[in-house]
Design a binder for this molecule. Structure first.
Ligand SMILES: Cc1cc2nc3c(=O)[nH]c(=O)nc-3n(C[C@H](O)[C@H](O)[C@H](O)COP(=O)(O)O)c2cc1C
Length: 309
């Protein structure tokens, strides 16, 4: 997720057992222009196997970016054909490619030919209700060499509104031999089970529910595998993971920019830890990185300790 799944968060997700943690989308042209932010988004050290997502419209640039990413250690390359943002889809990238399947197929074929790493494609159900063509795109993607398909069960017109349609993903599962990953609105184990049952997909992708809870992905994976109830890590382990994530951001972006960037994570960690409103407010308005880290640690403390502090 753009602006969210920075390397610090992906490291945490992997440490707690997420099977794969994809990078934020990396624009191929920015990456090739050695843009610092794009390079940082594309890093994967400590979150191996490194899975990088590319977004772009130009097949040769996408292929070159994929080649360089693979050279830098990426073991999986994902192509974004689901981003609804006007900035992306206006450039015939992201979900806009679902309106031009010939171009989408050319792009996928060019990328798969350029790398040895498996290439997957992430898409939505289609552009809108009248163009729900995910099964067609998935079929073409597979023919072009893609080895995994992820489907967010909404159309582009829906943006993030309404409910993801997990049953609709079954049409994609029926259309291809490649494994399909179902995505959209997974909040926990029950949703994950329902998503797999309704779609027949082989795996679940969790996005927003992992913000402030990167351990959730591995916990769901483990429970699906063993049939045991969902087991969250200890509060100490969660606090240490949250602190390590924010530390990484502060080191990677600098303390001031890092703190600004960290605010959405700080808010999410504190909310999911059940911290009181006053502490959460102090946390997201703090201008001091050390203070923010102290407040974040205290957000994970039992209420009795917080009152004593
Ligand atoms: C802030 C934000 C940024 C996102 N960035 C990306 C992205 O870079 N690449 C991508 O494939 N999907 C991106 N998505 C979509 C999610 O990966 C996911 O498909 C969607 O949120 C539905 O899944 P969820 O309900 O589990 O979050 C983003 C979503 C959000 C909310």
């Amino acid at each position: 997720m753009s602006g969210i799944t920075d390397l610090g968060m992906r490291r945490a997700a992997r440490r707690f057992g997420a099977t794969l943690a994809f990078s934020e989308m990396v624009a191929s042209d920015e990456f090739l222009a050695a843009d610092g932010e794009a390079r940082l988004r594309a890093e994967g050290e400590g979150a191996e196997p490194h899975a990088a997502q590319l977004v772009g419209s130009e097949p040769s640039a996408m292929a070159e970016a994929a080649r360089r990413l693979e050279g830098a250690g990426a073991r999986f390359i994902d192509i974004n054909m689901g981003c609804p943002s006007r900035r992306v889809s206006g450039r015939l990238a992201g979900c806009a490619l679902m309106r031009d399947l010939d171009q989408a197929e050319r792009l996928i074929a060019t990328v798969t030919a350029a790398v040895n790493a498996p290439v997957s494609v992430k898409m939505r159900l289609g552009w809108d209700e009248t163009e729900r063509n995910a099964p067609d795109l998935a079929r073409r993607a597979e023919a072009a060499g893609a080895t995994m398909i992820t489907v967010h069960g909404r159309t582009r017109a829906q943006m993030y509104n309404g409910q993801a349609d997990w049953a609709a993903v079954a049409e994609v599962v029926a259309a291809v031999k490649a494994p399909v990953v179902v995505n959209g609105d997974c909040r926990g184990l029950d949703d994950a089970r329902a998503m797999l049952a309704k779609s027949g997909a082989q795996a679940v992708m969790i996005g927003r529910a992992a913000v402030g809870a990167p351990w959730l992905v591995g916990a769901v994976a483990q429970a699906l595998k063993t049939g045991a109830p969902l087991a969250e890590p200890s509060v100490d382990a969660r606090r240490e993971a949250a602190l390590a994530h924010i530390d990484w951001l502060l080191a990677a972006l600098g303390r001031s920019a890092g703190l600004r960037h960290a605010r959405k994570h700080l808010a999410a960690y504190a909310e999911k830890a059940g911290a009181p409103a006053a502490l959460r407010r102090a946390l997201v308005t703090s201008e001091d990185a050390d203070e923010a880290l102290r407040l974040l640690a205290s957000a994970f403390a039992p209420q009795s300790d917080r009152e004593a502090a």
